[in-house]
Design a protein around this ligand. Sequence first.
Ligand SMILES: [Zn+2]
Length: 240
Amino acid sequence: MSFFSHSFVPANPIDQPLVVILLGPPGSGKGTHAKPLSEHFSIPHISTGDLFRAHLEKKTPLGDQVQRYLDQGALVPDDLVIDMLFSRIAEKDCKKGYILDGFPRSLYQAERLLSKMHDTKLAVIHLSVEDAVITERILGRLLCKGCQTSFHEIFCPPKICGVCDHCSTPFVKRSDDTKTIINKRLQAYHQEIAPIVSFYTKKGCLFTIDASGKKEEIFHDTIQEINQHLAKERSFSEAY
Ligand SMILES: [Zn+2]
């Protein structure tokens, strides 16, 4: 039984669909936190990164369009990302809502998504972690190429330095995990996220969670914020 299994209050006590958006810097654990939330509320977790990869692998018409941009080394336009997401959230399993990770990445995307929401409860969870903590987390990551087990130099060190506990494969550090690259990524993130955070703050549906602590605490805080939000009488469409 995982520590996420015990329930706090009934999952989504209202009939309206629930959309949860996870915002957070690289290394804030959006994917990690999305999984238990998805189980708790019984709504799918949609990662735009995974969605992209799926379209590219299956060579769908949208995937082919994306491929053309990637081949040119160009940014994939907002509208293409939006088309991809909108076709996914139109699927049956999203009827009761969904959890987004990796979307929106721009104010335009946020506005387009909002225009899609009718009679829906929206909770935007802003996972806040200090840059220094993120840097330490990412720099210390160790991934075993042999069995794909993750370790961390500080938080989850292997028994023998430099090799995997399970299959004794020596660790290869992620090549992009240098300090300069992390700093650049964080700077880009802050620039990207600021207008989105202020957009949702004005809508009254943004909740900032301190995501520097333990997984179970972050999960608990997130559920609490969402439940309080759900308990408010007004629905999203009524409120805005
Ligand atoms: Zn291993």
